[in-house]
Design a protein around this ligand. Structure first.
Ligand code: PLP
Length: 465
């Protein structure tokens, strides 16, 4: 009979222990216990090494989060230093820590407009969830509790908690879990790929705006608290809306007194060449911006909602006198060690002009990847600066069908054999390399992907897929 005591457990490799004991986010349940994970045990710069000693160029940058590259001494020092000085203190009520206070100050300098108030959380999901709660509180405090519905989009990804999964709109993720349907509404996916669309960007934009306005009128603006949007949809497949979409949807929200929440968990902190893309790239000053991931360059879990003074002042004024408590937050909100590394991260980003570097190499990355469209199994290549994806197809029907997904998996497997990690998702190879990547490594990514695509195409032609 199996027992649970460690003394009785046989010695296992990390891979076996993982297969036996870990339930991974987005695990394939059909292979639970049998699949062996690739155990990554060391990393430096843009490269990672597995437990067997094989090195890979990490074109996925961890999970969109590794921005300054692995093994930065200054970041490790900042964490160690803070951990020695004071690893933790409660952020609740009127207690705080110096790193959290300093980071909030820095973030408000970097954020557009009057986003001067920072509510720290533990990750992107808790930041998104907090922003929705703030929108609810904001209108309830003005005597409008019915103004609670939320507009999101098909193909959005906003996190892995109950509410943030409900806001997300990826069909493949809608499983046997429960989802909030009462107050969450999904507009159409706004992605527009000029290479593969039979409508112009202007036509697509008009259709999207008409749909949004119709939906607002159907639900009633008096019932809608906020619209949440990634400027470019990341995990949904690197989907770029038509030019002018962000600004026009922002203006529509203003017209109907709907708060605009910009989810910059991926697009922020340099991935599009700016600390925040909302204003610098898309000309909008949202009511709230969500950040996480690149905020600490992935060195520590941390998230934040940046909130406009307009909202926080209104909250403070309208909070009930007998119960003025802002009852949202977490034990590890603004964890001192995480905030210390975020501060060091910002300092290095500025000293090394990482955003300028991304504006320089980003267009080269996309231009080189687009050469891969010559291979017939590439349906399209899309992206913006250092977020990109190659979409595969067998040449029959486009989209995430079984044949296209099998083909993309082959491409990913060939890349992995050749020492390149790209993120397999449905029929897409998604890439978000560390922001410090140079042209030589960009050329390596393209050359390895090109070989992998050629091999997968030969397999397809030989009927082996
Ligand atoms: N928002 C966006 C746009 C994301 O891409 C993600 C994660 O990938 C999240 C929110 C959730 O962040 P986290 O996984 O840190 O909770």
């Amino acid at each position: 009979r199996e027992t649970n005591t460690s003394a009785a457990a046989p010695a296992q490799t990390a891979s076996q222990a993982d297969a036996r004991h870990v339930l991974h986010p987005w695990a394939d349940l059909s292979g639970l216990g049998e699949q062996t994970s690739l155990i990554i045990s060391q990393a430096k710069g843009v490269r990672v090494r597995d437990s067997a000693g094989k090195t890979y160029l990490d074109a996925i940058g961890g999970m969109w989060c590794m921005t300054l590259g692995y093994g930065r001494e200054e970041l490790a020092e900042a964490m160690a230093d803070q951990a020695r000085r004071m690893a933790y203190y409660t952020p609740f009520g009127d207690l705080s820590s110096e790193p959290a206070a300093r980071l909030a100050e820095r973030l408000s300098q970097l954020a557009p407009g009057d986003l001067n108030r920072v509510h720290f959380t533990t990750c992107g999901s808790t930041a998104v969830e907090s922003a929705i709660r703030i929108a609810h509180y904001h209108f309830a405090a003005q005597g409008k509790p019915a103004k609670r519905h939320v507009l999101s989009r098909i193909n959005a990804y906003h996190g892995g908690t109950y509410l943030t999964q409900s806001l997300s709109g990826k069909d493949a993720d809608r499983t046997l879990f429960q989802y909030e349907a009462d107050f969450v509404h999904h507009l159409s996916s706004p992605g527009h790929d000029p290479d593969r669309s039979n409508v112009s960007a202007a036509e697509k934009l008009q259709t999207l705006l008409e749909e949004m306005e119709t939906e607002i009128l159907r639900i009633g603006a008096d019932n809608i608290a906020c619209f949440i949007a990634e400027p470019i949809l990341a995990s949904g497949g690197v989907l770029t809306p038509p030019e002018g979409y962000q600004k026009a949807t922002f203006e529509m929200c203003r017209k109907h007194d709907i708060l605009y929440i910009s989810d910059e968990v991926v697009t922020g902190f340099g991935r599009l060449g700016h600390f925040f893309a909302s204003e610098a790239r898309f000309g909008i000053q949202p009511d709230m911006i969500i950040t996480a991931k690149g905020l600490t360059s992935g060195y520590q879990p941390l998230g934040a909602v940046m909130i406009s003074d307009r909202i926080t002042d209104a909250l403070a004024k309208a909070a009930p006198k007998d119960k003025p408590v802002f009852s949202n937050g977490f034990t590890y909100s603004g964890h001192p060690v995480a905030c210390a590394v975020a501060l060091a991260n910002i300092e290095i980003m500025e000293q090394e002009d990482i955003c300028g570097h991304v504006r320089d190499v980003g267009p080269y990355f996309i231009e080189r990847l687009r050469e891969l469209r010559d291979n017939p199994i590439v349906y399209t290549v899309r992206g913006d600066h250092l977020m990109a994806c190659v979409e595969c197809w067998t040449g029959q029907d486009a989209g995430p069908n079984a044949a296209n997904m099998a083909l993309a998996q082959k491409v990913d497997a060939y890349c992995q054999d050749a020492g390149l990690l790209v993120r397999p998702y449905e029929n897409l190879c998604i890439m978000s390399p560390p922001l410090i990547i140079d042209r030589t490594d960009i050329d390596r990514i393209v050359a390895t992907l090109s070989d992998a695509l050629a091999k997968a195409q030969a397999d397809l032609a030989a009927g082996n897929i």
